[in-house]
Design a protein around this ligand. Structure first.
Ligand code: CAA
Length: 247
């Protein structure tokens, strides 16, 4: 079987990088999206990779912008070929309690974390359906499942992602396309390091496994869901959170 082509939005964040590398190591051709101003750093990262870097191509575009996403997806398809696998991993935080949550920080998080999922998935879904194969994995969060103090914006966007997953999963189920969510818990990443240490330690104490997760543990879950043999799993929300939240 020919190698499959993947696009990873937020492909140069902590979790995104690990997903790109894991997919490249597994034989996928990978288009790694990043925000245009992050492109120089991302090039340094790709250059520093041994082996897997050869299968990763950088495609800078603003996933929060519908038009730019159209341009970016077209560029990704020119670079690696028709997109068989889409991982929506672009995400930011702007934490504040609701009483202090300014409109620009509400919008920035909704646009980057939720609008981007629509902007990019809409560009690839018809191609996947017409070719009879596709895998979409949307990276949500445990904080979309349980709500987090100080994250009305982020929790709303991340919960919205799974609604999107379930709706689109139904639309394309008969076309060989699956759509799933992966909900990471607290992962060793700059996003989590931004949380004040005292708050972070309280959270760590509540994780049954006794530690934060690693980006690798998220990438493994993604790799499982995009496998050709995972075609009967769709509309699912796979929690990878060390037992922090159980439904
Ligand atoms: N539950 C209940 N009460 C809490 C609380 C919590 N989780 N966190 C803080 N409080 C209380 C404080 O004890 C304080 O109480 P008092 O006024 O009685 O002293 C009050 O709320 C205000 O707290 P702060 O002084 O911290 O308020 P702040 O405005 O300076 O900061 C905040 C608020 C920005 C939300 C800060 O608490 C914070 O950063 N919290 C962490 C949020 C978080 O977990 N973000 C996750 C980021 S990682 C991520 O998002 C990745 C992922 O997917 C998991």
């Amino acid at each position: 079987m020919a190698a499959r082509n993947a696009l990873v939005t937020g492909g140069t964040g902590a979790i995104g990088r690990e997903i790109c590398q894991t997919l490249a190591d597994a034989g996928y051709r990978v288009a790694a999206n990043c925000y245009p101003t992050d492109a120089d750093n991302a090039r340094v990262w790709i250059k520093g990779l041994n082996g897997s870097g050869e299968s990763i191509r950088l495609v800078p575009f603003d996933a929060a912008d519908y038009q730019d996403s159209g341009r970016g997806v077209a560029e990704a398809e020119e670079t690696v070929g028709p997109i068989d696998v889409l991982i929506n991993a672009a995400g930011i935080t702007r934490d504040a309690v609701l009483a202090k949550l300014e409109p620009e920080n509400w919008s920035a998080v909704i646009r980057t974390n939720l609008d981007s999922v629509y902007n990019v998935t809409r560009r690839v879904i018809s191609g996947m359906a017409s070719r009879g194969f596709g895998r979409v994995v949307n990276i949500s969060s445990v904080n979309g499942q349980r709500g987090q103090f100080g994250q009305a914006n982020y929790s709303a966007a991340k919960a919205g992602i799974h609604g999107f997953t379930m709706a689109v999963a139904r639309e394309v189920a008969r076309k060989g396309v699956t759509v799933n969510t992966v909900s990471p818990g607290y992962i060793e990443s700059p996003l989590v390091l931004q949380v004040p240490e005292q708050v972070r330690e309280k959270i760590r104490e509540q994780i049954p496994v006794g530690r934060f997760g690693t980006p690798r543990e998220i990438a493994r879950a993604v790799l499982f869901l995009i496998d050709d043999a995972s075609g009967f799993i769709t509309g699912e929300d796979l929690s990878v959170n060390g037992g922090f939240h159980m439904d």
